[in-house]
Design a protein around this ligand. Structure first.
Ligand SMILES: [Zn+2]
Length: 406
């Protein structure tokens, strides 16, 4: 009798789970792409030693938008950019524009830059007209993405790609910027897959933790991230591919020095995206289909400096959650890899959402070393005179936002 009841209960539970899991789609999604390549020679961003303006382009630079809405109408907008970073003026202008155009709350907007070192120094006062044109194009692209939203299925998978190497090598004169095959890395390539209701792919957003510094010449180029997006789109006509820079503050692509290496690394990364999609191809079986509602939160935590009289830096920490399935933690500035490894370890795990940590989001103002990197010293540690408690402040804020949703 007792046994029978348990069996009956198990059948009832499995039936409920199956039917709750099986609506044709749970989200709406739309994408749009804007070309933001400068139309004239401009100073370039990334390498201080490169004084001359760009002489032309080897690749267009893009701003790409992915807008997603859940069944209750909660939205999130991801904007990825082939630029050095998201300077606060750009974030503010786009955030205000999207509040005006779509009543989009600031916490539902993610802006991430690939950190290509072959893009324009677009924050300079003499480039105001170009800056304004980027804002205008991103607003128009967001409107297009939102208006074009269609029923969609979302799923997550990841693969690995290994050209990123830690670039902090201990020597008897301190840590040097030099490839260190023994240093920490995060070779994960997280992929968000967006299909229409027929199961046809129409967008992918993928991440990687590595500087876009394969080359530093006088041409516009998206570097490896630009090639990865280009190759994937060429191999999948009609699909929009977006790159999200993760925690590559202390990671470089190796080998490096020429555009050929950027192309080769781009091919490697595009192949890793394909491998991740293999994981998701049998829609019925795979485990990482997103099902739940969208929740978004953004909080600025004050990071203090050791220098007296310098105001604390309001540092953006953002959490974007899809049900119990996938959580993005986005962090500002050039975040070193320890943050990705730690947050995935502390927030993720069995029965928890997959954790995707993206640095280079929403603001761009120097490096964010972990406490370890800060105390070790070297290039990434010297960027700003941070107090060593910055890591705990950032991690604590991420936990706080995450646990509000979980
Ligand atoms: Zn950098």
């Amino acid at each position: 009798m007792h046994k029978l009841r348990i069996i009956f209960l198990a059948i009832a539970v499995s039936f409920t789970a199956r039917s709750a899991e099986n609506p044709g789609y749970l989200y709406k999604a739309g994408v749009a792409t804007a070309v933001i390549t400068p139309d004239r020679p401009m100073p370039m961003a990334g390498y201080g030693a490169r004084k001359k303006p760009a002489e032309g382009k080897d690749q267009d630079l893009y701003g790409k938008v992915l807008a997603i809405e859940d069944q209750k109408g909660n939205r999130v907008v991801f904007i990825t950019l082939d630029l050095i970073g998201v300077i606060s003026e750009l974030r503010t202008a786009v955030e205000n524009g999207l509040a005006e155009d779509h009543k989009l709350p600031a916490h539902a907007l993610v802006m991430n830059a690939s950190h290509t070192h072959c893009g324009p120094a677009y924050g300079r006062p003499e480039l105001k007209d170009y800056f304004d044109s980027i804002v205008k194009k991103l607003r128009a692209a967001t409107t297009k993405a939102i208006k074009g939203m269609q029923p969609a299925k979302l799923s997550y998978a990841h693969a690995k790609c290994a050209f990123a190497m830690n670039r902090r090598t201990p020597t008897d004169k301190g840590f040097r910027n030099h490839p260190n095959p023994n240093g920490p890395v995060d070779h994960t390539v997280p992929v968000l897959r967006v299909d229409d209701t027929e199961g046809k792919l129409f967008a992918v957003m993928f991440g990687y933790s590595c500087h876009n510094t394969s080359v530093g010449y006088l041409r516009w180029l998206g570097d490896y991230a630009g090639f990865a997006q280009q190759y994937f789109e060429e191999d999948h006509p009609g699909v929009t591919a977006m790159f999200m820079m993760n925690c590559g503050g202390d990671q470089n692509p190796y080998p490096r020095g020429t555009a050929e290496w950027a192309a080769k690394h781009g091919r490697s990364l595009a192949t890793a995206v394909e491998a991740a999609l293999e994981v998701t191809q049998r829609y019925f079986y795979h485990q990482n289909r997103l099902k739940g509602g969208i929740q978004t939160a953004l909080k600025h935590v004050n990071l203090e400096f050791t220098t007296e009289k310098r105001d604390p830096f309001p540092y953006p920490v953002q959490v974007i959650q899809f049900g119990n399935d996938l959580t993005f933690v986005t962090l500002g500035n050039e975040v070193t890899v320890d943050y990705s490894l730690r947050l995935k370890r502390e927030l993720g795990g069995e029965g928890k959402p997959v954790i995707w940590v993206a640095g280079y989001s929403n603001v761009y103002s120097g490096y964010i070393p972990s406490k370890r990197v800060l105390l070790e010293g070297g290039y990434e540690a010297r960027s700003r005179p941070w107090k060593p408690d910055l890591e705990e402040r950032i991690i604590k804020t991420a936990h706080e936002l995450f646990h509000n949703f979980n």
